[in-house]
Design a protein around this ligand. Structure first.
Ligand code: SAM
Length: 279
């Protein structure tokens, strides 16, 4: 049974890192004209109300996207602009943000005529909300398992591929399943760009995923980790992403973005970037 609801966490520091990496990847891939098949294997409900009871209960956006919003006038990297533009279009006022866009919305904002977006969501209520939003968009919604569903769709019709894998990791085996799906997807589409999010936990469970990817035949895997300067003693102490086949120069541009918002008036984090698997 699925119990995770992203509405409790939308716009937190992990979403800021994830969506910064996603929008940067889309911008950089679209420097070339050829079409991109985009897949969002764990899409969520697309639009999140930051004034909702769920969001207010955790207040996670206050130390995430709200901090980015507060320092937006000081960021030096121009790569923040597409993300800030979407936030300002969705939010009327200058002060508190009230709406946060989930991954399908970020993808949708970039979609060109030759690009496509397929989303997967298994939770019934989240799937209903996603489908409601997507009905007015050029977005396909599949209400099935995102990992198995992705493999059925590969290789895509378009010459290029971008996949976001963002599970809730409610089941311990999710870490191994993500790694084995990446291996299978990569075998079907080696040139694909794969972005895989994982939590950094005090228990260290995420190491299973990193070890499995390191021991697979997948090459060119960048690892971006954001560590909280004041982590809780248990639970999530940071947010990580594995980025397979990132565009050339992506590492420097993501580092510059994260440096802009790492200070104590920003996300109050340390950002680390290393190659988990070189070319
Ligand atoms: N990617 C979203 C974003 O960035 O806005 C957030 C996704 S949230 C972390 C994970 C989502 O995956 C939840 O909505 C959950 O219901 C859904 N989910 C869980 N298991 C799934 C599965 N096997 N296949 C597809 N979706 C699943």
């Amino acid at each position: 049974m699925l119990s995770y609801l992203h509405a409790f966490h939308a716009g937190n520091f992990a979403d800021v890192q994830k969506h910064a990496a996603l929008t940067l990847t889309l911008s950089m891939m679209q420097a070339k004209a050829s079409g991109i098949a985009c897949f969002d294997t764990h899409a969520g409900s697309a639009i999140y109300d930051l004034d909702s009871e769920r969001a207010k209960k955790t207040g996670e956006a206050d130390t995430g996207v709200q901090r980015l919003w507060n320092v937006r006038g000081q960021v030096r990297s121009g790569d923040w602009q597409p993300l800030l533009k979407v936030l300002s279009e969705l939010n009327a006022g200058e002060g508190e943000l009230t709406v946060y866009p989930g991954s399908p919305v970020w993808f949708r904002d970039f979609l060109r005529d030759d690009d496509s977006l397929t989303t997967f969501e298994l939770h019934p209520a989240e799937g209903d909300q996603l489908a409601g939003w997507a009905s007015a968009q050029r977005v396909r919604v599949m209400r099935e398992d995102g990992l198995k569903g992705l493999l059925k769709q590969l290789p895509p019709r378009q010459p290029r591929l971008l996949v976001l894998v963002d599970p809730s990791y409610e089941i311990k085996s999710d870490y191994a399943d993500v790694a084995s799906t990446l291996q299978k997807a990569w075998q079907k589409c080696r040139h694909g760009v794969y972005l895989i999010w994982y939590p950094i936990l005090s228990s260290g469970l995420q190491q299973d995923l990193k070890d499995a990817v390191q021991n697979s035949s997948v090459r060119k895997v960048l690892c971006s980790e954001v560590h909280l300067n004041n982590p809780p003693s248990r639970g999530m102490t940071g947010s990580g992403m594995l980025l397979v086949n990132p565009p050339w120069g992506f590492d420097e541009r993501l580092s510059a973005m994260m440096e802009d918002i790492s200070g104590s008036d920003g996300l109050d984090v340390r950002h680390q970037l290393d190659w988990l698997v070189p070319e």
